[in-house]
Design a protein. Sequence first.
Length: 95
Amino acid sequence: MKITFRINYHANCCQQVAIVGSIPELGNDDPKNAVRLQFLRDGDWQLILRLDGKAANFTYKYLLIDDKGAVLDSDWGAARKADFSKHPPTQVIFK
């Protein structure tokens, strides 16, 4: 399964957007293992992730990190949820 995460955030110099989640591919909820998104343009960030289909449910949060990986800020509130247990798609885009 191919999952695309997209977010628009205007980061300052030496800041990056990353994502952490409850599956190994997203760092097992450990901010030290967060995955950095790729900067596209005009504040748009993206990560394309391929999963083998085992992760039908997971949670995730976006993080703002500095160039050394230290967390500067994160999503407020509960983690976002992805649940594909009933209808597993081949491609998903989160915005």
